[in-house]
Design a protein around this ligand. Structure first.
Ligand code: FAD
Length: 438
């Protein structure tokens, strides 16, 4: 194995998902000799491949919104970001727009609208009648709260109507998340970055209180100045290997998720005319999917079980969760065909305690993390790559990021944010929705 890694390595990045590849790309652009190591055979084969890849531009926190809007700009100009040739086959950003229902659960969108205004994120507001003009099959009744399937009140209306919706025209989704990670990996390789696949990291090498490399499961040792944990749902295992877990106030864990795919309501070209939708009244999110399907995910209501698993030993079969998400969606779309066999994906989030990621150094000098992405950081991968490269360079140059959190400039939207927001030592952020919405 070691003969594949010729020459010195400055940075080992554990993981070649969309964020790991982006960290490699940005460090390589800065002249670092990078090596992404992944136990999978190609880039983007981990949780990235199962991502719904929704690029929304709204969050409940200022920092969340700023990063998402900055991230959207990279997806909008993906080829430029990658410096890719005109004929290179790239994943496509489908800018279908996003509609978020105004409901009690999101305070009629008041906070999110204020954040969007602060940051110049375009949006318009729709009445229930306007929603039906765009999506004629929608039932605008209130159903809240989301209920378990065995609840006798499942499907009952709560009385009254949702308040309307906010439409964000710049939002959308990426049609092939795995390809997008491979595109970023290829861009990193053009900058001299290297990728080692089918290689599992088994140990973090340390000397004199510093991370100095990794040992692979076949015994190969690879040394580097810094090691970055971007291992997705395996992040807590890698932190345990490095012995840094106790220094984290916010922990991460692998959380099972199911995403359902069903045909769209009949007679409507959903693939062309549908939106990314967040419907917190029924606790589902959705988007158009190939083959005129609706892709339906969960906004994690309290009545649903949260299934934390060992990412190396979990049951990836569908459960009743697949069905409950579809039935909830059918409350809003009464003509939604509920077909079998079940189609969709099961996958793992790397969920953090407050559903906000951890982009940080650790108590072990030379060991960094981009983890806890909680089902909502695909959109931010290009920005995460950039901010991690900034953070690693500053810390390696002697900056004490814990005592004096670094600022990071968002070049596309002209705003500056504090990276202290993503600290491993933060208190749980109570502005978070404590769900995939972040
Ligand atoms: C079902 C689902 C839906 C989602 N939907 C959205 C969405 O709509 N919008 C959004 O913004 N985000 C979404 N996300 C989140 C987003 O997809 C993730 O945050 C993102 O893909 C994480 O990328 P990553 O590179 O950090 O991790 P991953 O893609 O998980 O990559 C980690 C890599 O580390 C490797 N690895 C782990 N351990 C080792 C080891 N010991 N040695 C070597 N390699 C190792 C793995 O093989 C893997 O390839 C979703 C996630 C899921 C699961």
């Amino acid at each position: 194995m070691s003969d594949k890694v010729v020459g010195p390595v400055d940075a080992i990045i554990i993981g070649a998902g969309v964020i790991g590849a982006a960290v490699g790309y940005e460090l390589a652009k800065k002249g670092w000799k990078t090596l992404n190591i992944d136990k999978n055979p190609v880039a983007g084969y981990g949780s990235t491949s199962a991502s719904c890849a929704i690029i929304r531009v709204h969050y409940s926190t200022y920092d969340g919104t700023a990063l998402a809007y900055e991230g959207f700009k990279y997806w909008e100009n993906f080829r430029d970001y990658l410096e890719a040739a005109p004929d290179e086959n790239l994943a496509k950003f489908v800018q279908c727009g996003c509609m978020v229902y105004k409901v009690d659960a999101n305070n009629k969108m008041e906070t999110i609208i204020a954040r969007a205004r602060d940051l110049g994120v375009p949006f318009d507001e729709w009445t229930p009648e306007q929603i039906k003009e765009h999506l004629p099959f929608v039932d605008t009744s209130r159903f809240t709260p989301a209920r378990a399937l065995d609840d006798p009140d499942f499907g009952n209306k709560a009385g009254g109507e949702i308040y309307g919706a906010v439409h964000f025209p710049t939002a959308g989704y990426v049609n092939d998340p795995q390809l997008s990670a491979q595109n970023i990996a290829a861009a990193a390789e053009r900058k001299g970055g290297r990728f080692l696949y089918n290689a599992a990291v088994a140990e973090i090498l340390q000397e004199d209180g510093r991370a100095v490399g990794v040992k692979l499961s076949d015994g190969t040792e690879i040394r580097a100045k810094v090691v970055v944990n971007v291992a997705g749902p395996h992040s807590s295992k890698i932190n345990d290997m490095a012995g840094v877990t106790d220094g984290f106030n916010i922990k991460t864990a692998a959380l099972k998720q199911e995403v359902s795919h069903v045909p769209a309501p009949p007679g409507f070209d959903y693939e062309k005319l549908g939106y990314v939708i967040s419907d917190s009244d029924i606790s589902v999110y959705s988007r158009p999917e190939q083959g005129n399907h609706v892709l339906i995910g969960s906004e994690d209501p309290e009545c649903d079980p949260r299934i934390f698993v060992d990412p190396d030993d979990w049951d990836d079969s569908f459960t009743d969760q697949w069905k409950v998400q579809v039935y909830r969606q059918a409350q809003r779309y009464p003509t939604l065909p509920v077909t079998t066999p079940v189609r969709g994906v099961t996958a793992l989030y790397d969920a953090s305690d407050d559903w906000i990621p951890i982009y940080d150094k650790t108590d072990l000098p030379g060991f960094y993390v981009a983890i806890g992405t909680s089902g909502n950081q695909y959109k931010n991968a290009p920005v995460a790559g950039k901010l991690m490269a900034h953070l690693i360079e500053a810390c390696e140059a002697g900056h004490d990021h814990d005592a004096d959190p670094l600022d990071f400039h968002l070049e596309n939207i002209g705003r500056t944010v504090s990276l202290g927001f993503y600290s491993r030592r933060r208190e749980i952020n109570t502005e978070s929705s404590m769900s995939v919405l972040g």
